[in-house]
Design a protein around this ligand. Structure first.
Ligand code: FUL
Length: 460
């Protein structure tokens, strides 16, 4: 049993690392845009990897494919979206064009598109229509690297890419996220993408969209294994938003394998006081965790035995959504044009498990700016409760402030026990708890400025 140290909180010690007034001002003035806030309020959405690779069984194209290779003759987007919705996700991002260059929509930019195949249906239209009908957000993945398009590597490619982007952002309703992949084959032609021109088109045609990965709004967490850092900051040095940095760290082979699963330790700390103090420019750049329900990103029946269980998916949810990140979970529709029943079952179970997290509230309280003396917050339950989760949210409209905190639970014998020692809270920290308790104390040990807490909830 630990002794409660309630006086040792941010108001008195600030972790023995006091900040100057100008540091505080500089850090807490970095806040999310309206679009970023909206996404952090709807932090779970799905990826659909579907396209030429679904037909050929590859992860990356080989630059030799023709429309005849797309042998899929039927699709059921109604089922795709229905299954996605059952997982509790609120949006879908579709791979409208992967690195192979094959387009899933009726595009005027190239003949290498779905309308010239046996399927002959505009997949982007059907999926976006279903999303809008079933109340899901719709987003697009458009690979900048294109191994098929002859103009790639010449300045004309920027015009070609802008034309594709313009079509996607004009003809398919509201877009919530545009996903620009940094991946590019090791032997691909050198090319300088005109990012600023792309961003301008997005801001003009879809002002509500976040631009992710090779873009200024949403940060790639840095691996594809579903891992996030212990402290996943949203306020980070601005250089991290630059595409050159992102591309350098992206995938350069079809199977990134082990290299993509780990987080390089040199990247472990992106936003501590030490890092921020050494950087003149800071940005709000929250992390998105992208991970597949299967081994690969595209459907392959070899993987039918490796579909992640609902239990594993819930764990991913807790360590991403519950760790100040958003979660982009990939579920690839099959070459039969449906989401395989194993994936569908796991998603539905995940949906129930996610709903279950907050189904039985014991106490949910809204706060705001804590008072000078509120170094800790105390909670009493009216009877012993078997808590399962605690969810803490900072009001990120005022940036992220908390850097270290402790959560104590009071046992039925009256004694307190440290249940969790945490760092960043940000938009959402979900803590798994166990055992009976009659109360709780949250002590904020270190904060950049007066903590502004939106809500704390305890659930059984
Ligand atoms: C990577 C790509 O190379 C993969 O094929 C996949 O699309 C993944 C989400 O991004 O960089």
């Amino acid at each position: 049993m630990m002794k409660l140290k309630l006086n040792d909180n941010w108001t008195t010690t600030n972790g023995n690392q006091p900040l100057t007034d100008s540091d505080v001002e500089r850090y807490v003035s970095v806040v999310p845009t309206t679009n970023q806030r909206r996404l952090q309020d709807k932090p779970f959405y799905l990826f659909f990897h579907f396209g030429m690779n679904t037909a050929t069984g590859r992860e990356w194209g080989n630059a030799q494919e023709t429309v005849e290779d797309f042998t899929i003759t039927n699709i059921n987007p109604e089922q795709w979206v229905r299954v996605a919705k059952s997982s509790g996700a609120t949006g879908i991002i579709l791979t409208c064009k992967h690195h192979d260059g094959f387009c899933l929509w009726d595009t005027g930019a190239t003949d290498f598109n779905v309308m010239n195949t046996g399927l002959g249906r505009d997949v982007v239209k059907e999926v976006s229509d279903q999303c809008h009908q079933q109340g899901m957000d719709f987003g697009v993945y458009l690979s900048p690297w294109d191994m098929h398009e002859p103009t790639y590597g010449t300045p004309h490619y920027n015009d070609f890419f802008c034309r594709q982007l313009t079509e996607l952002l004009t003809n398919y309703g509201d877009i919530f996220e545009v996903w620009f992949d940094g991946a590019k084959g090791a032997n691909a032609k050198e090319f300088e993408y005109d990012w600023n021109r792309y961003y301008k088109i997005i801001r003009t045609l879809q002002p509500g969209a976040n631009i992710a990965i090779c873009g200024p709004d949403i940060r790639w967490v840095g691996n594809e294994g579903g891992k996030s850092r212990k402290s996943e900051y949203s306020v980070v040095p601005t250089y991290l938003t630059k595409c050159e940095t992102i591309q350098k760290n992206s995938q350069h082979t079809a199977d990134g394998g082990a290299a993509m699963q780990r987080i390089d330790s040199k990247d472990e700390d992106l936003g501590s006081r030490k890092v921020l103090s050494g950087n003149a420019y800071l940005s709000w750049y929250p992390a998105e965790v992208d991970v597949s329900i299967r081994k690969g990103w595209f459907f392959n029946k070899k993987d039918n035995r490796n579909v992640k269980s609902a239990r594993k998916l819930l764990k991913l949810y807790l360590t991403s959504v519950g760790n100040n990140c958003t979660l982009l979970l990939n579920v690839p529709p099959s070459d039969k044009g449906v989401i395989h029943h194993k994936d569908a079952r796991a998603l539905k179970k995940l949906g129930s498990a996610v709903a279950d997290i907050t189904a039985n509230p014991v106490l949910v309280q809204n706060f705001g700016k804590l008072g000078d003396k509120d170094g800790y917050l105390e909670f009493r339950f009216n009877a012993p409760k078997k808590l399962r989760y605690c969810i803490i949210q900072e009001d990120i409209a005022h940036s992220q402030r908390v850097e270290r905190f402790d959560l104590y639970l009071q046992k039925p014998n009256g004694k307190y026990k440290l249940a969790y020692r945490g760092t960043v809270i940000g938009s959402r920290k979900i803590i798994k708890l166990k055992g009976q308790c009659t109360g709780a104390i949250l002590v904020i040990r270190q904060s950049r400025s007066i903590p502004i807490i939106k809500q704390i909830g305890f659930y059984e």
